[in-house]
Write a protein that binds this ligand. Structure first.
Ligand code: NAD
Length: 458
């Protein structure tokens, strides 16, 4: 196999059938794409703000029109439930539409100085390389490409090897919407080949990486060698903290979906449930009923709540966390036969140093531990290298705020598990990442501030 011809079979994780073959790019194709993006940048940065905005709105409209087919493609490629896949396609549309409002609003400042006029400009960086994981192929690509394009950059997206299909479709829709050739490219390829080229190529001026903390660290080190800016969205081990005064029925009924959604392959998964000791037994009773009720099966079925894992290798990795010594408190069901199925699994009690409690499992496995009082809850929640999201369940508003301020994580919810809105910032503390996506601040991750002084003295 030559490095420039690398056919990759894309598999449906619910059936194990090959659904497409995609040619993965080698180093020469990556360099050619970067050169195309570099050329396209010269004209894209000069497209009038109103025209850039109009093109992005048309792009959002194309995505909207294809929502159903994009969702079906994600069900087949990633095993996402149809309900989730529809939300994801709608989220990609919303993010593009939201940042379509940015080109005419990318304000600089006028700063008072003596002897002249001082103004700042928010200027695009150039070519942006976006490296996407397999767990949310569409939204994660959109979260980076939309603000990057709006700010006047050109973009190359490298989807994960396992899940390139919806991103490839997105590139077609961009062209159909009228975005000029080379402004948005999607280049399937292997991480160490195409992803690394984004890191090392001098014409790629920014890398957005979403994926594991281990690879993110190496991407950051590579970018450091070239002083290249990088946004990192990495792993998580988030806490779902349930106080005894909470609505226990609601907390227990929603807890499975906060960790088993997308079969646990979610960086925001609340995979450590911390329950106040005095409510532990009552919570576990209700939680067991809720876990046994999670509907696992054919992701195309509208009633399904959890699909398969992404691959056989990933399933083996998830299963390795549930070893002989671990206490399985209870489990949900999963289909037999083809497909990379794994049942929702609850581990309790669990030793604080057990790797299922300390590492990101990225599958439908949750650990439950009791705590005694507010400070104990915060201590356990923060006893991790990660800091992405988390939930706090209590009826005491003061406590909710105290704990929300004390937990070291970027996205917290009180009496809810929602972490993602396209118009609010998203990102991690500690080793969960660097920088913020979404919301009003993301544009600054794709611009340089230029300061210009104009003398007025004769
Ligand atoms: P991964 O790190 O293995 O791969 C992510 C991407 O990086 C893929 O496109 C891969 O091809 C590429 N890659 C691999 N090696 C590379 C290298 N040496 N140089 C450049 N690119 C390389 O992660 P994954 O298994 O695809 O995704 C799961 C991980 O992603 C989990 O840890 C999860 O928590 C994390 N994640 C984080 C967020 C977030 O927003 N914080 C969102 C989704 C997923």
């Amino acid at each position: 196999m030559s490095q420039e011809h690398d056919p990759y079979q894309v598999v449906n994780p619910a059936t194990e059938e090959v659904i497409a073959t995609v040619d993965l790019a080698g180093p020469a194709a990556a360099d050619a794409a970067i050169a195309r993006a570099r050329r396209a940048f010269e004209s894209w940065r000069n497209v009038a703000p109103g025209d850039r905005a109009r093109l992005l709105r048309r792009f959002a409209a194309e995505v909207d029109a294809e929502r159903e087919s994009l969702a079906a493609l994600e069900v087949a490629n990633a095993g996402h439930t149809i309900g989730n896949a529809r939300w994801e396609a709608g989220n990609a549309r919303d993010v593009i539409e939201y940042y379509a409002g940015a080109p005419e609003r990318l304000f600089g400042r006028q700063i008072p100085v003596a002897g002249g006029l001082d103004v700042t400009f928010q200027e695009p960086l150039g070519v942006v390389g976006v490296i996407v994981p397999w767990n949310f192929p569409l939204p994660i690509a959109a979260w980076a490409l939309a603000p990057a394009l709006a700010a006047g950059n050109t973009v190359i997206v490298k989807p994960a090897e396992l899940t390139p299909l919806t991103a490839l479709r997105l590139a077609e829709l961009a062209l159909r919407a009228g975005l000029p050739e080379g402004v948005l490219q999607v280049l399937p390829g292997r991480g160490p080949v195409v992803g690394q080229r984004f890191v090392t190529h001098p014409d790629v001026r920014k890398v957005v990486f979403t994926g594991s903390t281990a690879v993110g660290r190496s991407v950051m080190a590579g970018c450091a060698a070239r002083v290249k800016p990088v946004t990192l969205e990495l792993g998580g081990k988030s806490a779902n903290i349930v106080f005894a005064d909470a609505d226990l029925e609601k907390a227990a009924a929603t807890a499975p979906y906060a960790v088993f959604d997308n079969a646990g392959q979610d960086c925001c998964a609340r995979s450590r449930i911390l329950v106040e000791a005095s409510a532990y037994d009552e919570f576990m009773d209700r939680f067991e009923r809720a876990v046994r009720g999670v509907r696992v099966g054919d992701p195309a079925d509208e009633k399904t709540e959890m699909g398969p894992l992404i691959s056989a290798a990933h399933r083996a990795r998830v299963a390795s966390y549930v070893d002989g010594d671990t206490e399985v408190a209870f489990r949900g069901g999963a289909p037999e036969g083809p497909g990379f199925w794994y049942p929702p699994t609850v581990l309790a009690p669990i030793a604080p140093d057990h790797r299922a409690f300390t590492e990101e499992v990225f599958g439908p496995v949750v650990t439950v531990v009791p705590f005694r009082g507010e400070s104990d809850a915060v201590r356990i929640a923060n006893a991790t290298e990660y800091g992405l999201s988390g939930s706090i369940w209590t009826r005491d508003v003061g406590r909710a705020l105290r704990v929300a301020r004390a937990v070291e994580a970027g996205n917290l919810s009180v009496n809810s598990h929602s972490s993602v809105r396209y118009w609010t910032p998203f990102g991690g503390y500690k080793q969960s990442g660097l920088g913020r996506e979404l919301g009003p601040d993301a544009l600054h991750a794709f611009t340089e501030t230029k300061n210009v002084f104009i003398a007025t003295e004769e």
